[in-house]
Design a binder for this molecule. Structure first.
Ligand SMILES: Cc1cc2nc3c(=O)[nH]c(=O)nc-3n(C[C@H](O)[C@H](O)[C@H](O)COP(=O)(O)OP(=O)(O)OC[C@H]3O[C@@H](n4cnc5c(N)ncnc54)[C@H](O)[C@@H]3O)c2cc1C
Length: 409
């Protein structure tokens, strides 16, 4: 019997069926060629080692996707150590795909939203310069008829990827208490936009520190690719059709555009984006005190407010945006440590770690990135005592995170 024609889709870290343009192309091609479909989950090129919290979420997203594809007779082969080219080489003795389509990271815009040669250094100019609206998401495709018995693959390759490591029971104090798979991502989005009053009040609550509801908690899903940012935008538009464009929904759109700004900014500036001197090419002014840094990575920064933030980060991988700002500002201005050390540690520890978003924010706070106030001046400095009065007047966060995780709340 002639070998079946195979079309492969490489997920490149995008672990979902919803809004996957490359999956639609693969499906169309497979139907045209009367081929079967194969899906590969490899390590995206250049991706650094992920920390335990993000790995756990990724494993959950992968296991769920495996089951959904298996139901349609489509194998999902996971090669966590390999990039796609290496995985294809390993596969070649058994299966040679006729075409391999590669998924792309979810962005609101498929091509430069502001011309690359005019790409601005600051967000306000980016927002004003946007040349068109975000693109709509695609629904999940119909996968019927694209499966096969896959007798040419070792049976052991078709079993589900190893179950997520038996994680210590999730910390009951966590602000992100959801599994990482696509259905959990979509359920969270619906809850925050339509079931609770979350989005409506987002502008007022977004600087919160404690609980699941002060912000959308979608970044961990975006980080492992189990949610599409176009789907979020589309649902915000649907919310606005139903309830009108209120402050909360408009502020959410602005935050999603911040994400877009950093993604395109990284693409525009390449290595300079991640360099110690940042986009501004400033001479680093810091103290390379390794001992102080190691203490910081263990949650001992020498300031109770920051220690509580670090304690939350280490226990759960999630930290509020306000908490991240305090920690980074303290790291740069008070400890005077190299911001790139802090950024690299966050990239390992965060449950939503994303190199462009993380570096973009750290560089902003270190005064070498896109903070308009920092051009020619100093980084912005947070007065922590004032911040506590504003955002944690009852010291709820500090009390919560200065206790050992095992104690009842
Ligand atoms: C030092 C520092 C490091 C950061 N590192 C990361 C990171 O590695 N990964 C990451 O996803 N976010 C990072 N952020 C941005 C922000 O803190 C998180 O996106 C946000 O807290 C995630 O929670 P949420 O989904 O509930 O956000 P919400 O407040 O509900 O916002 C919705 C979405 O808007 C986007 N967004 C919000 N704020 C920002 C921002 N400042 N920059 C870019 N996009 C934003 C995110 O996609 C977020 O999921 C960092 C911020 C700071 C100050």
């Amino acid at each position: 019997m002639a070998a079946a024609v195979t079309i492969a889709l490489a997920l490149e870290g995008q672990l979902r069926l919803d809004d996957q343009p490359a999956l639609h192309q693969a499906v169309a091609l497979a139907r045209q060629r009367r081929a079967r479909l194969l899906v590969l989950a490899c390590r995206p090129e250049g991706q650094r080692l992920r920390g335990p919290h993000q790995r756990q979420l990724e494993a959950q997203a992968l296991a769920s996707l495996h089951a959904r594809l298996a139901a349609a007779g489509i194998p999902l082969l996971a090669f966590p150590q390999h990039i796609t080219a290496a995985a294809l080489a390993e596969l070649r003795p058994m299966v040679q795909p006729e075409a391999v389509l590669q998924a792309q990271e979810s962005r609101l815009f498929g091509t430069w939203p502001v011309a690359a040669e005019r790409f601005p250094s600051v967000f306000s100019q980016f927002r004003r310069g946007l040349e068109r609206d975000p693109e709509p998401p695609l629904p999940p495709p119909d996968l019927a008829g694209l499966g096969d018995a896959w007798d040419d693959l070792p049976r052991s390759w078709l079993v589900p990827p190893a179950a997520p490591p038996a994680a210590a029971a999730a910390d009951p104090r966590s602000a992100f208490s959801f599994p990482g798979d696509e259905s959990a991502a979509l359920a969270r989005l619906q809850h925050y936009l339509f079931a609770s009053d979350g989005l409506r009040h987002y502008k007022a609550t977004r600087n919160g520190l404690v609980g699941t509801e002060f912000s959308a908690k979608v970044s961990p899903f975006l980080g492992v690719g189990s949610l599409s940012v176009r789907r979020i935008w589309q649902e915000v538009l649907r919310y606005q059709e139903l309830h009108g464009a209120d402050e909360g929904s408009e502020w959410m759109q602005q935050e999603l555009l911040w994400r877009e700004f950093f993604l395109w900014s990284e693409q525009r500036h390449g290595d300079a984006f991640h360099a110690p001197g940042g986009l501004q090419n400033r001479t680093p002014d810091w103290v390379e005190d390794r001992e102080r840094f190691v203490r910081w990575t263990r949650g001992d920064a020498g300031h109770p407010l920051i220690d509580a933030q670090l304690s939350e980060l280490l226990a759960t991988g999630y930290l509020s945006n306000r908490g991240r700002q305090w920690v980074a500002s303290h790291f740069v201005n008070e400890l005077r440590l190299p911001w790139i050390w802090g950024a690299r540690f966050f990239e390992w520890a965060l449950i939503d770690a994303h190199p462009a978003l993380n570096t973009g924010n750290w560089a902003y706070l270190a005064g070498v990135g896109s903070d308009p106030r920092s051009f020619g001046g100093s980084p912005r400095r947070f007065d922590l005592e004032r911040q506590v009065r504003l955002y944690d007047p009852g010291q709820t966060h500090r009390q919560r995170w200065s206790r050992p995780a095992s104690l009842p709340l």
